[in-house]
Design a protein around this ligand. Structure first.
Ligand code: F6R
Length: 242
């Protein structure tokens, strides 16, 4: 069953998420953390940076795995998820570069890159805490509606809605990549603990469907109903239809 924590606003979503990540790192300094990108986790990352700077929270022994990356964007492209993670988090904390894992969307052999990524997660003994956002269509990672629940890390085609949602970060819709590498639904479900964040009315429908309706591949986040330790931290607006 999905546990739900409804808070007042985006700031509180960010703080509650950061507190739980900090607790995890304190109780298990070599924790394996799964990170997401997008606009939602930015406040949480900002809070983690603050905790590192002001409270001495150390990330020196953690390992990280990101959910996804666009195909064809170099790590230094301003819209790549590599760039995002370094800008918003990694450049400002003491995580070891060698412990950071993000799918390589520039790999010559993308299939091989997906297999390598899955192996790296296994080698690390799995993900202790996976942070997720949710798309308006219920996607998690880049697992769009219709993604099989047994899917693993793979190359996927982005839906038009997702490309349009993300176009605001690019000069034009044409520049938004068509493909991405994403952890699969089964990969995400193997994380020992999952925290999904959502803020704002635009997410209310996806949140309601994920929690209240029978699980279906058409709402990928609904699979989380089967996870044994999954918490949604959402604000009042995202909880509007619950
Ligand atoms: C990003 C990711 C996506 C986003 C989702 C919501 O790594 O996996 O599933 O979490 O698209 O994005 P925002 O937070 O921008 O609304």
């Amino acid at each position: 069953m999905i546990k739900v924590l409804v808070v007042r606003n985006y700031e509180e979503v960010s703080l509650e998420a950061a507190l739980r990540i900090a607790e995890t790192v304190k109780s298990k300094p070599d924790a394996v953390l799964g990170f997401a990108t997008g606009s939602t986790p930015i406040g949480c990352y900002r809070e983690l940076v603050r905790m590192h700077r002001m409270e001495g929270l150390s990330f020196s022994r953690i390992s990280t795995f990101n959910l996804d990356e666009y195909v064809g964007l170099a790590p230094d492209h301003s819209q790549s998820y590599h760039y995002y993670m370094f800008q918003n988090l990694f450049n400002h904390i003491d995580v070891k570069r060698g412990n950071i894992h993000i799918p390589n969307g520039m790999a010559k052999d993308l299939e091989e890159e997906c297999v390598r990524y899955e192996d790296a997660i296994k080698q690390a003994d799995g993900i202790d805490l996976q942070l997720l956002g949710i798309g308006r269509n219920g996607h998690i990672g880049f697992n769009e509606p219709g993604s099989p629940f047994d899917s693993r890390t793979r190359v996927v085609k982005l839906s038009e809605q997702t490309r349009m949602d993300n176009a605001r970060f690019f000069k034009s819709l044409d520049e938004v990549p068509m493909y991405a590498i994403t952890m699969g639904i089964a990969t995400i479900m193997e994380a020992k603990r999952i925290i999904l964040l959502a803020s704002g009315e635009a997410k209310a429908e996806a949140i309601a469907k994920a929690i209240k309706e029978p699980k279906t591949v058409m709402v990928p986040a609904s699979v989380l109903q089967d996870h044994s330790d999954c918490l949604f931290i959402i604000d009042k607006k995202a909880a509007l239809l619950l």
